[in-house]
Design a protein. Structure first.
Length: 596
């Protein structure tokens, strides 16, 4: 193993761990693990085993090549939009083969990767002067609350986002590896981490820029005679890897023009600020876009103030050595904000406020949390008379951002069941794709490229990796199940239009699953009495009366409404019925009669 050399601390360390009783240490460990456990519980509860969006064309083609016997290195190395997701594919594909592409396994992997990020932050805190500090537990707790925030619901429920969390692991590992691993071995370790990051995400090449200052300055280690050679090899590897990454790069056709950002400097600034303030803009009765930009502006000003203070104290090598790793962590957010702006500014400021970017945005407040503690301690030692004022300002800042963060967290919790319901709807759409022609539903719930989505679904199903398998018959009796006395819904209104069509409104639930129905199926019957499926209906309308009736918020969006034309059912249809559909076991439960 590589030997580690601790970074010089800015002041004598006040150790408390050695004197802490085992029971207290257990309490601290439990406290630090709470954010991860709570997020893990949410992920376990709301994850759904179905691919979605980029997951289809990012991983699906590997199964096509596997089926054809032509799978090779180039298929893993190929671009996916702006990203070369080589290492994420190396993680996802074997796991998918092992689990028959159970997306919940990828969600579990994301949780593990998030926990590794937490370990890295703990290691950075250890090598930057917080070992044994009284404040370390609370600083780490604050960092973990940010790291495991439920605001990133899209990232942690979408298995494909292994491609976001893996480079986060490597980028958060770089600061402590660069500072603690003995020279010149730290050049080798950081080069490996940077290579992994580069070939995982579009912004990965910036990891070389984040690691370079750490290698050149961080720590009080003696320079090795072989360091010059290591430095040349490191720089050469950086240049070659970045060149390889961009070789053959072509911007995705369906994404906004990446050069438009340079023509709109105001929107450019708004986008970046909104990206930085993303974790603090939801919940309060304020304009979300404005709140994000205000929060982002404050965070950026705080970072600038920190940079100015560190520059003025640049002769204090111990302070700078302890601050640089956290500046590197903050750089993760800044670089991703700028590069995301180039790729997504065409969508407007709202493009910066997607939940998937929260995972990167929280790195800035995490870094500021520790940088503020470092500066407060340094100021207290150099100017003890005015330390109280700085400490008060630091505490007030934490309190304000904590309030905004909590509001934002509670404001986005409603997105978890909504995202889950969309994934169950996707299961229903895939199961019924041969029965009901729904290109719009496929584009919304499965993948925007409908023909390609159908091709990939065929391939994945052929190797047994798509659950449930599609229905081949429109005869509803094949999937009909008795309600066993449970109420699964009602038809509240059924109006026949003059042209022979109809409008119907109702609600549908799956009481055994404790959620709204995944879809509603409409079926007609002829004289033979055999119900034939002719439509699938989304279940998403807010029904506060149903929520109150069952005293269960899971049923809040259990309403549905559908309009059909005169040609949707045959002339000899004698009855039309509605059925609650369970996409997990492909079963249907009769709700009621629309037209007797």
């Amino acid at each position: 193993m590589f030997q580690e050399t601790p970074v010089a601390t800015a002041a004598p360390v006040r150790r408390v761990n050695a004197a802490s009783p085992p029971r207290l240490s257990f309490v601290y460990a439990l406290l630090l693990s709470l954010p991860a456990l709570l997020l893990g519980y949410l992920m376990y509860t709301y994850a759904v085993d179905v691919p979605f969006g980029d997951q289809w064309d990012g991983i699906g083609p590997l199964f096509e090549k596997m089926r054809a016997g032509t799978l090779g290195f180039g298929d893993f190395f190929a671009f996916h939009n702006e990203h070369r997701i080589f290492f994420p594919r190396l993680l996802i594909f074997p796991l998918a083969k092992l689990t028959h592409w159970n997306v919940r396994a990828e969600v579990g992997l994301i949780w593990v990767l998030a926990c590794l990020c937490a370990v890295n932050i703990w290691r950075v805190a250890t090598v930057t002067g917080f070992r044994g500090e009284r404040s370390r537990t609370w600083l780490l707790f604050g960092a973990y609350v940010l790291l495991f925030t439920p605001m990133q619901w899209e990232n942690v429920l979408w298995g494909f986002q292994v491609g976001f969390f893996f480079p986060l692991v490597t980028m958060t590992a770089m600061p402590w590896a660069a500072c603690a691993v003995r020279r010149p071995a730290n050049f080798f370790v950081t080069a490996v981490l940077c290579l992994m990051t580069t070939f995982s995400i579009a912004s990965g090449f910036t990891s070389w820029l984040l690691a370079a200052p750490l290698l050149m300055y961080c720590g009080n280690q003696q320079k090795s005679p072989r360091e010059s050679i290591a430095r040349v090899i490191w720089l050469t590897t950086a240049a070659v890897s970045v060149g390889i990454y961009f070789y053959g790069y072509v911007g995705p056709d369906h994404h906004p023009n990446q050069l438009e950002a340079l023509q709109q400097p105001v929107l450019l600034s708004q986008f970046i600020l909104a990206y930085l303030g993303n974790p603090f803009c939801y919940g309060p009765a304020l304009n979300t876009h404005a709140m994000a930009q205000i929060a982002g502006s404050v965070l950026l000003l705080l970072l600038i103030a920190v940079a100015i203070y560190l520059w003025r104290c640049r002769r204090d090598r111990s302070l700078i050595a302890n601050a640089l790793p956290w500046l590197s962590i903050a750089g993760i957010t800044l670089f991703n904000a700028v590069l995301t702006m180039f790729g997504r500014m065409g969508y407007g400021v709202r493009g910066a406020l997607q939940s998937r970017y929260v995972s990167f945005a929280v790195m800035l407040p995490i870094a500021l949390l520790f940088l503020g503690a470092l500066i407060e301690r340094h100021w207290r030692e150099k100017r003890p008379r005015s330390a109280k004022l700085l400490r008060t300002g630091y505490a007030v800042g934490i309190a304000l951002f904590t309030t905004l963060f909590l509001f934002s967290t509670f404001g986005t919790l409603r997105n978890w069941p909504s995202f889950q319901h969309d994934r169950f709807t996707a299961k229903a759409v895939l199961a019924l794709r041969d029965i009901v022609n729904e290109p719009t539903a496929i584009a919304r719930y499965v993948h925007w490229n409908v023909p390609r989505a159908r091709e990939l679904a065929e391939t994945v199903e052929s190797v047994g990796y798509l659950r449930p398998t599609r229905l081949h018959s429109a005869h509803l009796r094949e999937i009909a199940r008795p309600t066993s006395g449970l109420t699964v819904g009602e038809v509240n209104a059924a109006i026949q239009t003059p042209d022979g069509g109809g409008i119907t409104v109702g609600w549908a639930i799956l009481p055994t699953r404790e959620r709204a129905a995944d879809s509603v199926l409409l079926a007609y019957e002829t004289v033979a009495g055999d119900p034939i499926i002719f439509a699938r209906v989304n279940v998403r309308t807010i029904r506060g009366d149903i929520e109150a009736k069952f005293d269960d918020s899971s049923y809040r969006r259990s309403g549905w409404e559908f309009t059909w034309g005169p040609n949707d059912v045959p002339k000899d249809a004698i009855r039309i019925t509605a059925w609650a559909f369970d996409a997990e076991d492909v079963s249907a439960y009769e709700i009621g009669v629309i037209r007797p």
